[in-house]
Structure formats: C-alpha cells, structure tokens
Design a binder for this molecule. Structure first.
Ligand SMILES: [Zn+2]
Length: 124
C-alpha cells in the first residue's frame, strides 16, 4: 500500500508549512489527486487516520479533490478526457498527444487553528 508513504509525505509537508506559519494545529488538509496516480482515496484516508495521532494534525480532515485525466491532441488540436487505459485521441485516433491533467498529487490548502478548541459547537 504505497498510499502510506504518500500520506506521510503530504502530512510532513503540511505540518512543516503550518509550523512555519506559526500555527499549532491543523484542522483540514485539501489535496488534489489525479486519476492516473492510481491512488485510492480509501487508502489515503486510512493512512491519514493512522499517521495523524500525536501530530498537530490529529483530528484533522483530509479532503481529496479527484482530478480527471485529460490530454491535448497534437494532430487535430482538441482537448479531451480519457481513462488510464486509453489515451488515443477520440477524433483522429492519434497517439501524438500531450497529457494535461491526471497526474496531480499536491497539497492545495491547509486550514489551521491557533488554539486548541475541542469544545467547538457552532462558532464558524
Ligand atoms: Zn486528434
């Protein structure tokens, strides 16, 4: 399950960024995951649950934004969506294509809190 290592990397980067910003707690981490990475969200969430206790991200939410795979055809010039098994241009059957999206694996944003607030019940 390579998601464990991936999640550890996401977590390390997020904690470092939060600490550099002076935050003492992370409440939410948003990531973008491309379809072509073959990362399974369930496994990411599982790893996140396993790795966050004892860190400043304990109890945080991991929000996964799935990015579909798209490519640009260099023959006929169209952009199109495709799946991981089939990249042929649907218009001209060319394989002379440039991948546009689908390989993302990045942290989009980190929401932090400055003070522990475990009794929150509606002051958003
Ligand atoms: Zn084409």
């Amino acid at each position: 399950m390579h998601e464990m290592g991936i999640t550890a990397g996401i977590l390390d980067a997020s904690i470092e960024a939060a600490e550099n910003a002076g935050a003492t707690r992370i409440v939410e981490i948003k990531v973008s995951v491309g379809e072509l990475t073959e990362i399974v969200e369930f496994a990411l969430q599982f790893a996140f649950e396993a790795l966050t206790p004892g860190t400043i991200a304990e109890g945080a939410i991991l929000v996964v934004n799935h990015v579909g795979a798209t490519a640009h055809c260099n023959e006929c010039g169209i952009d199109y969506e495709h799946d991981r098994f089939q990249m042929l241009c649907p218009e001209c059957d060319s394989l002379n294509v440039t991948p546009l999206t689908g390989r993302e694996l990045q942290v989009d944003s980190i929401e932090t809190a400055d003070e522990p607030d475990d009794t929150t019940s509606g002051t958003a």
